[in-house]
Design a protein around this ligand. Structure first.
Ligand SMILES: Nc1ncnc2c1ncn2[C@@H]1O[C@H](COP(=O)(O)OP(=O)(O)OP(=O)(O)O)[C@@H](O)[C@H]1O
Length: 355
């Protein structure tokens, strides 16, 4: 059964630290939501609150509308995968996976059938008799996932499950976990500090900062329409320009009468000779780096503003030697987004005026 989860004004103080501050979050049944934030922002504490491993000072946690505060972790019907997979080394893979059913005193035949089904799901079919030590890190992580969902829990919690894997395996497992989650349809809440991981797996991402949610949105919305400069800078590189009356002021981080314009590096391109754009800025190229699938160009405007532009690696870079003075422009002004200072909400400028 897949269920909705509600976090309602949860407050937690640990020692001198006010770790969670009136946190609210609604996760729909079957939805995949990732808590993303810098180290110490409170992600793991919130996950522990949901798992029942951390008590709240005030506020509530509701599963399917029912308050679960008084339920012990083992009675919450939650599957958890931690960074350390914590498999039992003396048990076979099959017994590891079916352990929750052993604890629930289910018959041997059912345990074997569930273990086989779950191992099939995580693409380890036929490996039930192997021991954990004979598996790779990625395979062990799949076993941990199979065990977490073996008892058909209402909620799956993933606490940095990929942190111990190398980059390539991590990228592969992100897609795998998403595939399995969609197939099982289980409500899933994950924790990570890796933006790509959060974006790849999640329906929505909740950005945490100092014990609060700053923005909760679909990945594309977060990237395109950050509500403030913190979110804009946290999610990849961003050109931030002050604006006044629709004109870029060219001061990073300064707020003009209209707020701060956010232009992602892929939307700020060197213009061709004679080409004009509604929004542009002149800057001298200071650094060109080849990054595989793209080039990254750094340039400096006369007032010291740093301009960052990225372009596909098949682009003609002959004009972009270090020291060249270039006009960088946003060819699609609708890709420029303005953060409005007054209410920390954001709007997209429909008709930006030329610089
Ligand atoms: N038992 C504790 N006593 C006092 N402070 C604590 C305790 N546990 C955690 N904290 C503090 O609470 C804050 C949030 O910690 P938490 O582990 O939830 O953050 P996080 O976002 O998961 O960080 P990380 O990504 O490093 O795991 C940190 O400032 C941490 O130092």
């Amino acid at each position: 059964m897949t269920i909705p989860v509600t976090i309602d004004k949860v407050d937690v103080t640990l020692g001198p630290n006010h770790v969670l501050k009136q946190v609210c979050l609604d996760v729909k049944a079957g939805e995949f939501v990732t808590l993303l934030g810098a180290s110490g922002s409170g992600k793991s504490t919130l996950l522990n609150v949901i798992a029942g491993l951390q008590k709240v000072d005030t506020g509530h946690v509701l599963f399917n509308g029912e308050n679960v505060e008084k339920r012990a972790p083992q009675d919450r019907n939650v599957g958890v995968v931690f960074q350390s997979y914590a498999l039992f080394p003396h048990m076979t893979i099959g017994d590891n996976v079916s352990f929750p059913l052993l604890a629930a005193k289910r018959p041997v035949k059912e345990r074997k059938a569930v273990a086989a089904e779950m191992l099939e799901l995580v693409q380890l079919g036929g490996m039930a008799d192997r021991m954990p030590a004979s598996l790779s890190g990625g395979q062990r992580q799949r076993v941990a996932l199979a065990r977490a969902i073996a008892s058909n829990p209402g909620v799956l919690l993933l606490d940095e499950p990929m942190a111990a894997l190398d980059k390539q395996l991590r990228e592969h497992m992100q897609v795998e976990i998403k595939r399995i989650q969609e197939r099982v349809g289980i409500t899933t809440i994950a924790v990570t500090h890796d933006q790509t991981e959060a974006f790849t797996m999640s329906d929505r991402v909740a950005i945490m900062h100092q014990g609060c949610f700053v923005q909760i949105d679909a990945p594309q919305e977060l990237y395109r329409k950050p509500v403030n400069e913190y979110v804009a800078k946290f999610l990849g590189e961003a050109n931030l320009f002050g604006t006044a009356d629709g004109v870029l002021l060219g001061q990073p981080g300064t707020q003009g009468s209209q707020g701060t314009a956010v232009i992602r590096p892929e939307d700020l391109q060197p213009l061709h000779d004679g080409e004009t754009a509604r929004v542009s800025i002149e800057a001298t190229v200071s650094l060109v780096s080849f990054q595989g699938e793209r080039y990254r160009v750094e340039a400096r405007a006369a007032d010291g503003t740093t301009v960052i532009s990225t372009m596909p690696s098949n682009s003609d870079m002959s004009r972009l030697a270090v020291g060249s003075l270039m006009e960088f422009g946003c060819r699609q002004p609708e890709r420029m987004h303005v953060i409005v200072p007054q209410d920390s909400s954001a709007v997209v400028v429909e008709e930006p005026v030329a610089a």
